[in-house]
Design a protein around this ligand. Structure first.
Ligand SMILES: N[C@@H](CCC(=O)N[C@@H](CS)C(=O)NCC(=O)O)C(=O)O
Length: 259
């Protein structure tokens, strides 16, 4: 996937798994800052062949002339050093910056794992859904590998993340708790979580909930709500209608511009 050059002479490389929400967080930041990049998508398990060359195991990995970054928050901090004053991901004012960093840490540590685990509980065994989620834009040999090894990859994912009915229920509880925190922060009609412009906190929240809120602007559309199991669709509709859900969908609609 090639993205055109707008700001920098350097075109950085972004290694991803298509549906990875931590990868989407970085994709969004790159698009927002108009930094040229080439995305290299991989099917899970195969991604390790790409990431380990750069000292990483998970995605995203950002490969640049200034070094390689193997964590989405480290990547956003690096990108912030390249951004113009008018479009910074982390506010210059110390207190606001601290708030952005704390929210981002909370979303990264809890929300990201909870949305993934809850979503995988319902969908990781469904070959058609996971083909869209994991194979879109990946090399052909990996797509062939997916077709052959899907039951194994899917079982491995459930084992690694301990996906069970109990863990899904506790993840949903965790998601609701974070939504309540975000609802409270947005009280009084605030447009963004911190300050008056979009920050790393907003991008992180919206990207990490996207696989379960299904914004139509997401670059990797996996399923329409009508195609989901009724129990899952009911919860998604509930989450979409909370203040936090409306806000994340609005951010996608108004602020997610793919280069
Ligand atoms: N803290 C990491 C978490 C990244 C992460 O969990 N990535 C998942 C995909 S969303 C992954 O690569 N899982 C496969 C693996 O760890 O091998 C970050 O923010 O970059």
């Amino acid at each position: 996937m090639n993205h055109s050059t707008i700001a920098n002479a350097e075109v950085v490389r972004l290694i991803t798994i298509p549906i990875s929400h931590y990868s989407e967080k970085v994709r969004w930041a790159l698009d927002l800052l108009k930094i040229s990049y080439t995305e290299e998508r991989h099917v899970p398990v195969f991604h390790r062949l790409a990431t380990r060359k750069y000292g990483g195991s998970s995605v995203p990995v950002l490969v640049t002339q200034s070094g390689n970054f193997t964590d989405s928050t480290d990547i956003l901090h690096y990108l912030d050093t390249l951004s113009p004053e008018s479009q910074c991901l982390y506010p210059k004012e110390r207190e606001l910056r601290r708030e952005v960093e704390e929210l981002q840490e909370l979303f990264d540590a809890r929300l990201g794992a909870d949305t993934r685990n809850w979503g995988y509980f319902y969908r990781s065994g469904d070959r058609k859904t996971m083909r869209k989620a994991w194979c879109n834009g990946t090399p052909q040999f990996e797509r062939v590998g997916f077709e052959i090894a899907f039951p194994l990859i899917s079982a491995k994912v459930r084992q690694v993340y301990n996906i069970t009915a109990d863990s899904a229920a506790s993840s949903l509880q965790g998601i609701k708790e974070i939504f309540e925190i975000v609802d409270r922060r947005l009280a009084g009609g605030k447009t963004y979580l911190v300050g008056d412009t979009i920050s790393a906190a907003d991008i992180t929240f919206a990207a990490l909930v996207a696989p379960i809120l299904l914004p139509p602007e997401h670059p990797v559309l996996v399923a329409k709500i009508e195609e989901l199991p009724i129990e899952m669709a009911t919860v998604i509709k509930e989450l979409q209608s909370t203040a936090a859900g409306v806000y994340a969908l609005r951010l996608y609609r108004d602020q997610r511009r793919v280069q």
